[in-house]
Ligand binder design. Sequence first.
Ligand SMILES: [Zn+2]
Length: 251
Amino acid sequence: MSAEKSLAIVLRTVDFSETSLVVTLFTRDFGKIGALAKGARRPKSAFEGALDLLSLCRVVFLHKSTDALDLLTEAKLQRRFRAASRDLTRLYAGYYVAELLDELTHTGDPHADLFDAAEQALAELDGEGDVAAVLLRLEMTALRVLGHLPSLATCVGCDRPVELEGRVAFGMLDGGVLCADCRPGKRQVVSVSGGVVKTLQQFADATSDAWRSALLPAKVWGELRGVLNHYLANLLGKKPKLHDFLGSLAK
Ligand SMILES: [Zn+2]
């Protein structure tokens, strides 16, 4: 059992006893962990209120080699997610970030780049960032980093470029756009506008900040959310709790 240190985002807390909490943390260096925070529910605990949902904190924990929970020994608050007190939309957006990180990542599988993107997204959601755009950017980044990004430029069946004009076939199970030759016989194929696929490309592009000036009119947003929600639900094997909320973000 060794003491590990990392930056962490609090994804979930569950009361464990009169005085303790079980916390799910997304750490920068060790990925997701589950840890017992003894005494965290006491008024003057060593954790000093650092374990609120979506707080960014610096933690020290004892890593258990078995399936047992890790033991949190220290948590110093770096930044609190304050949106709760001023804006429900931003609060729900924060909940969605927590749900996404919790559901998409595996325990003990570190992704520092995803951590940095999530930390940045939470800061923007808690500030003046565009909620719809910031969430979409994080979703596409998470899919890319975790190897689940759908094929958006070339056919997922034959790898040939797909024309993104008019309507395009998108295979939910195959994971991306399909050309006319590959589409027949495929299950769970939906028709999407080329504009939606181009928008998804823009938000997935790690080399560009063009997404920040992307226009997301209600029509595009509605269709885009329909496709992406369906894709994510397929990937996770269930519908994320906050998906209905995302549909309401259109401008
Ligand atoms: Zn094809």
